[in-house]
Design a protein around this ligand. Structure first.
Ligand code: R5P
Length: 302
């Protein structure tokens, strides 16, 4: 088995390789002045299983194309089986059509992954369970909820509620509640204007306690978290913690998250957070172990 690190998150690729006791190989990429890339795999892979680790986080299209080209290069070099580890699967917010006339972007990028030659896909914390239906190759899904549960146990579950910042996260919050011995949970009713992206959170189903643990799959602009924090404060929450698997951190997200009303923000390393986007109350938990375990499991199944 040989593991290749895409450019989107080399530290995670190295950490996964270390957990597997193997090396992480780089991909040789030359960028032409017009931005096109020529990509080459130098390491011999003929007859071997090849794994490529590449989250398709921003710049999403660029990271997707690098992944497609890497898979194609591995296939042409004779890899026997190609596993694409895509810890953050870009375009998953467009997994279905919200309005007539839209593109189903996620279906397109997933079809291209398979067309390029991915034989297996491992991904993390998908936005919706329905996304699984888009894959025709073997597919494994890992979740950071077990990492979040451990952290919440150390922070304390007394007089505390788990909070989903929108109805879409209710399945996730129920799973976490079960892991935490049926810890109480509440769900915010969120509205997002599809034209402007503006988020408003007016009401909450379930009771608010002194401590609130907001749990979401991803933080983009931070608008969802900001609206949730403001509503929870109005409803009497004293300490608010944020847990989110994917730190997409676009726009003003980091200044919104370093807000004094948020005790700490826990994310994972599915996406590499550059130093300039780190802030004092940010904690990054690693999914490397979970990915390594998923790789081992997929090997024993094949
Ligand atoms: C939406 O349904 C997702 O679960 C996230 O809540 C959302 O994508 C976060 O985006 P933003 O941070 O831009 O509000």
């Amino acid at each position: 088995m040989k593991l290749f690190a895409g450019t989107a998150n080399k530290p995670l690729a190295s950490a996964v390789a270390e957990k597997l006791g193997i090396s992480s190989f780089p991909i040789d990429i030359f960028t032409f002045p017009d931005g096109e890339r020529r990509l080459r795999i130098e390491e011999p892979v003929a007859g071997k299983e090849a794994i490529v680790v590449q989250p398709t986080s921003p710049p999403v299209d660029s990271n997707y194309f690098e992944l497609y080209f890497t898979i194609d290069a591995l296939k042409r070099k004779g890899a026997a089986l190609i596993t694409a580890v895509v810890p953050y699967l870009g375009y998953q917010r467009q997994d279905h059509l919200f309005r007539e006339g839209e593109a189903r972007s996620l279906a397109v990028v997933v079809a291209l992954l398979e067309k390029a030659g991915a034989d297996r896909i491992i991904t993390c914390e998908l936005h919706s369970v329905k996304i699984e239906e888009l894959f025709s190759v073997p597919f494994a899904h890992i979740s950071a909820l077990s990492l979040f549960a451990k952290k919440i146990q150390t922070l304390g579950t007394e007089d505390a509620t788990l909070v989903s910042p929108d109805m879409g996260g209710i399945r996730r919050i129920r799973i976490l509640s079960e892991i935490l011995d049926n810890m109480p949970y509440a769900t915010i009713v969120k509205n997002r204007d599809l034209a402007t992206g503006h988020v408003s959170s007016e009401s909450i189903e379930g009771s608010v306690k002194s401590t609130a643990y907001i749990v979401d799959d991803m933080i983009g602009t931070g608008g969802t978290i900001a609206a949730a924090v403001s509503l929870l404060k109005r409803k009497g929450a004293v300490k608010i913690y944020v847990f989110s698997t994917h730190p997409v951190f676009s726009g003003e997200a980091t200044s919104i998250l370093s807000n004094k009303d948020i005790e700490r923000v826990f994310v994972t390393d599915t996406i590499l957070v550059p130093n300039e986007k780190k802030f004092a109350t940010l904690d990054i938990l690693s999914v490397a172990d979970l990915i390594a375990e998923a790789i081992k499991k997929s090997q024993s199944a094949s």
